[in-house]
Design a binder for this molecule. Structure first.
Ligand code: ADP
Ligand code: ZN
Length: 602
């Protein structure tokens, strides 16, 4: 089979000088017909790992992706580079579909995007059988894993690709995978003998912060006003209702925000997503239904108002910030209610015991991340089986939290729960337990004669907030549990170790509110542009905005910010000079070169 030189494709089509670490090896391997499994963080440069081999090899590269709503943009971005790309999915009318199919059969497509459910249709398989294929790329490959957080049944059928097309190389890619998920992907897709590339999962430009939750919407608004004024970002909430309310709250606060969740009709969802991709500085408040595959490069923050269900999910969602490598914030508000709510959700979830255990172990890891007093990044990387050094760019590094010996406090709390059960046969939620410990004379205390308990008032040395912190952390570490609809507290077998066997309990001190502001301001600044380059950059941006609007595509499809910056700094005066700027390939040079030089000369 004849192939083109991958480096030449990188230079000419994409306008980049060199491969990033890891890319070259993968590209060469797949170009010469080998299979690969690639784990690389968001923004790491996965797309080129299959796009370049698809261009270098004869035939069409088939990209399997669950992201139907984004296929049009992905194809537009490739066409802007002069790549012959198309897609087949359920959003097309029959005419468009037939056109794409005939292009495929005529060998006129370099890349074809396909939804996995399409591939499971016999007619599609027969169609592919008649076309020359360069490779199969399986994007978002973690969707094949039942252990992971994003399982899609349609992905399971992808295990059959190899039998039907033994000579077509396959490359599976994902931005998230623990060792368990990695093994499952490899196993299910039959990639055990493939080249496995596991990049560092670190995203050094993202600042990770987990804040105590007080008034989450106000805290969010504060974050936006002080650090992310005018920035694009995503806010995740657990429920549709809270998505709606939060979006309204932000709009009332003068912030440009739209909701996105599965309960909105398809047209509204599409409209909001398109606005997010095309406009500057829009905020989408969403459930986790939003965001997979969104490759908007300048998302400056991802905020979670509710606790994600797993570290994998959290990492995937926060990873949508800062694809362009510029400083970005991942901010999560976390409190006692989150732990109670999530534990209850698991308890009442459908599925067998094993399923619940899986959910619980995902949650435990997420809680451990929230409660750690060590570097968040080190803990995140460790979750993915990678080493790291304290990073200096997360909240625990910037303002190291203190820990304290909470053994006695834990004993007081647990024995209150035990006594209520043993002496009164009662169970209560966190509020009443804290009132008992603090010796408060509320109506509910008097009514239940809880002031007669021997533990009444033994915890007056700590405040409400601190006790909530104790309960939260005991719940997080399984030394306490919640039960039933009302979230009553009950002990666990591990509680006995604290009560009777001298097990020590180390707790994180509850931070005073938002003390990290000054130090974390750094995340807000985008990289500095020299003063003399600013007018040129502004003119280029205006030009890009107008051009994108004319074509109805997101601005970054024309050029990324990073490329525009470089052009503004270099200030090229000839097409040759312009062509040497990273990110300016042949097609864009031909198409826009003169316009850019004109904009610069203005
Ligand atoms: P991923 O799919 O892993 O999230 P992308 O493929 O979208 O990442 O790449 C992230 C960004 O890095 C894109 O803007 C892409 O054009 C850019 N990029 C990828 N490889 C290179 C390279 N070798 N040189 C310069 N930029 C690159
Ligand atoms: Zn750190």
């Amino acid at each position: 089979m004849r192939t083109r030189d991958p480096l030449d494709v990188l230079n000419r089509v994409f306008g980049y000088d060199e491969f990033r670490p890891g890319q070259q090896k993968i590209v060469d391997h797949v170009t010469s017909g080998g299979d690969a499994l690639v784990l690389m963080p968001t923004g790491g440069g996965k797309s080129l790992c299959y796009q370049i081999p698809a261009l270098a090899r004869e035939g069409t590269g088939v990209v399997i992706s669950p992201l139907i709503a984004l296929m049009q943009d992905q194809v537009d971005a490739l066409r802007a580079l002069g790549v012959r790309a198309g897609f087949l999915n359920s959003t097309q009318d029959p005419g468009e579909r037939r056109l794409t199919e005939s292009q495929l059969l005529a060998g006129e497509l370099d890349l074809l995007y396909l939804a996995p459910e399409r591939l499971n249709v016999d007619a599609t398989r027969r169609l592919l059988d008649r076309a020359p294929l360069a490779l199969f790329a399986i994007d978002e490959a973690h969707c094949v894993s039942q252990w992971g957080h994003d399982f899609r049944p349609d992905y399971l059928a992808l295990s059959g690709l190899h039998e039907q097309w033994p000579d077509v190389p396959r490359i599976a890619l994902t931005a998230t995978a623990t060792k368990a998920t990695h093994a499952e992907i490899s196993n299910r897709l039959g990639l055990d003998d493939a080249l496995h590339h596991v990049a560092s999962f670190d995203r050094p430009n993202i600042q990770y912060r987990i804040a105590p939750k007080n008034e989450p919407r106000k805290q969010l608004l504060d974050l936006l006003r002080t650090e992310h004024d005018g920035d694009a970002g995503i806010v995740y909430c657990l429920s549709r209702k809270s998505v709606e309310e939060t979006a309204e709250f932000l709009v009332r606060g003068g912030i440009d925000a739209v909701p996105y969740h599965a309960g909105l009709d398809a047209a509204t969802r599409e409209h909001h997503q398109a606005r997010f991709l095309r406009e500057d500085g829009l905020i989408v408040v969403a459930t986790i239904a939003f965001g997979m595959g969104i490759d908007k490069p300048d998302v400056r923050f991802v905020a979670h108002l509710d606790l994600p269900k797993s570290v994998e999910g959290y990492y995937q969602e926060t990873g949508r910030a800062g694809r362009d490598g510029l400083p970005s914030t991942a901010w999560l508000a976390y409190g006692l209610q989150d732990v109670m709510q999530q534990r209850k959700l698991i308890e009442s979830s459908e599925g067998d015991q094993a399923h619940r255990r899986k959910l619980a172990s995902h949650l435990d890891a997420m809680l451990a991340l929230c409660e750690t007093i060590e570097c968040r990044r080190v803990q995140l990387l460790a979750y993915f089986g990678q080493d790291g050094q304290p990073c200096g760019n997360c909240d625990t590094c910037l303002t190291p939290p203190e820990s304290w010996d909470g053994t006695v406090a834990a004993q007081k709390l647990l024995s209150t729960v035990v006594r209520l059960k043993r002496e009164r046969n009662q169970k209560f939620g966190a509020g009443q337990i804290i009132d008992i410990l603090r010796g408060k004379s509320t109506t509910k205390i008097t009514q239940h004669r809880h002031d007669e308990l021997s533990v009444f008032g033994v915890g007056s040395d700590l405040g409400d907030n601190e006790w909530r912190g104790v309960i939260r952390q005991l719940l997080a570490t399984g030394l306490l549990a919640v039960e039933g609809e009302y979230g009553t507290l009950v002990t666990t077998p591990a509680s006995d170790e604290v009560l009777y066997q001298g097990r020590q309990v180390h707790l994180r001190r509850e931070p005073k509110r938002a003390a990290t502001r000054e130090k974390t301001k750094r995340a807000a600044q985008t990289t500095d542009l020299p003063d003399e380059a600013k007018p040129a950059f502004d003119r280029l941006r205006d030009w890009r905005g107008a051009t994108a609007k004319e074509q109805g595509v997101p601005a970054y499809i024309i050029f990324h910010d990073a490329t525009l910056r470089q052009i503004a700094v270099d200030h090229p005066s000839t097409l040759d000079e312009l062509g040497s700027v990273s990110g300016v390939g042949e097609n864009k040079l031909n198409k826009y070169g003169e316009q850019i030089l004109a904009a610069l000369a203005d």
